[in-house]
Design a protein around this ligand. Structure first.
Ligand code: AR6
Length: 169
């Protein structure tokens, strides 16, 4: 059984085995959570991302997949980078968003991580409606077969926290 916890705050302040990053396929950083993780985690994370690009992801990490690096100076052992889908009005990409959570947990299992913190993937720059994103995130984590003992959703603002809380009840 995986315990699901909600926290409102900054994911870079969490003490967990693995922090999930809402990255982009370049793996070379960006704004939002991605920017915050690289800023606080320091240059070691980007150095590993660059190596991963060179060795495995010349064309970029595909949407819905996940890959781990060191967590640098963050209070975690690993950062798991996943690439959420950009929201579309015309195409149902919810399978790709669910895949981000499933694949991140699969990578966490491979690493032996027991506590994992997730942001609300795709709900910022990638414009996914918060309520729908919360439903997909919660359903996917609830139904995942994983050794992870605790998943913490770290929601940046009250609106996000409320949307996730509504899915708990
Ligand atoms: N802690 C927790 N949540 C945060 C934090 C933080 N420090 N900062 C922002 N959020 P986004 P995306 C919330 O845009 O939509 C980047 O440039 C934010 O309020 O970070 O998946 C990447 O490089 C929102 O609810 O990620 C990609 O290019 C959620 O995190 C692109 O953005 C996700 O917002 C990915 O877009």
């Amino acid at each position: 059984m995986t315990t699901i916890t909600l926290v409102q705050g900054d994911i870079t302040r969490q003490s967990v085995d693995a922090i999930v990053n809402a990255a982009n396929s370049s793996l070379l950083g960006g704004g939002g959570v991605d920017g915050a993780i690289h800023r606080r985690g320091g240059p070691e994370i980007l150095a590993e991302c660059r190596k991963l690009r060179a060795s495995h992801y010349g064309k970029g990490l595909p949407t819905g997949q996940a890959v781990a690096t060191t967590a640098g100076k963050l209070d975690a052992r690993w950062v798991i980078h996943t690439v959420g889908p950009v929201f579309s009005d015309t195409e149902d990409r919810s399978g790709l968003l669910a895949s981000c959570y499933r694949e991140s947990l699969r990578v966490a299992d491979e690493l032996g991580a027991r506590t994992v913190a997730f942001p609300a993937v795709s709900t910022g720059v990638y414009r996914w409606p918060m309520r729908d994103a919360a439903r997909i995130a919660m359903e996917t984590v609830r139904s995942a077969r994983t050794e992870v003992e605790e998943v913490t959703f770290v929601l940046f603002d009250e609106r996000a926290h409320e949307a996730f809380a509504a899915q708990l009840s």
